[in-house]
Design a protein around this ligand. Structure first.
Ligand code: ZN
Length: 133
C-alpha cells in the first residue's frame, strides 16, 4: 500500500484551490465532479502523493454532513491497493467495517471502498485501485 491521496473537506473549492496553490506553489492539475457522491473535487500533486479537495454540491452529501459536524479539515486518507476485492475481503476478515459491500466508482478513475472510522481509530480510510480499461 501507499498513501494515494489525502482528502480534505472544504466549503468552497475555488477559495480552497487558491489557498492550496499558494501553499503548494502549484495549482490543481485536475477538477472533477463526482455525481454519485455529490461533490466537486480538485487534485494537487505533492511529491508522490496527492491532495484531494472535496466540496459538497448537496446539503445531504457526506461532505456537507462532515463539515456541519466537524468543520473543514482532513476527511479521509486513501491507500492505493493492487486488488481492491482481495483487500476488502482481507480487511473484512480482520474486523473492519466496510461502508460499501462492493467497490464504487470514485473520482480520478478509481474503484474505491471506505472503511468506517469507528473501526479505524477515528480515521475514514479509503481503499482505491486504478481502473484499467
Ligand atoms: Zn478520496
Amino acid at each position: 500500500m501507499k498513501v494515494e491521496h489525502i482528502g480534505i473537506a472544504v466549503r468552497n473549492c475555488q477559495d480552497a484551490n487558491q489557498l492550496f496553490e499558494k501553499l503548494l506553489g502549484a495549482g490543481p492539475y485536475k477538477a472533477e465532479k463526482v455525481e454519485s457522491e455529490a461533490v466537486n473535487t480538485s487534485f494537487f500533486h505533492v511529491g508522490n502523493t496527492k491532495i484531494e479537495l472535496l466540496e459538497s454540491t448537496s446539503e445531504n452529501s457526506a461532505i456537507a454532513k462532515f463539515i456541519e459536524k466537524k468543520g473543514e479539515g482532513i476527511h479521509h486518507i486513501a491507500f492505493e491497493v493492487a486488488d481492491i476485492y482481495a483487500e476488502m475481503e482481507r480487511l473484512r476478515n480482520e474486523g473492519f467495517q466496510l461502508l460499501n459491500e462492493t467497490p464504487k466508482r470514485g473520482a480520478d478513475n478509481k474503484l474505491v471502498c471506505f472503511i468506517h472510522p469507528k473501526t479505524a481509530n477515528g480515521v475514514l480510510v479509503e481503499l482505491c485501485q486504478e481502473i484499467k480499461e
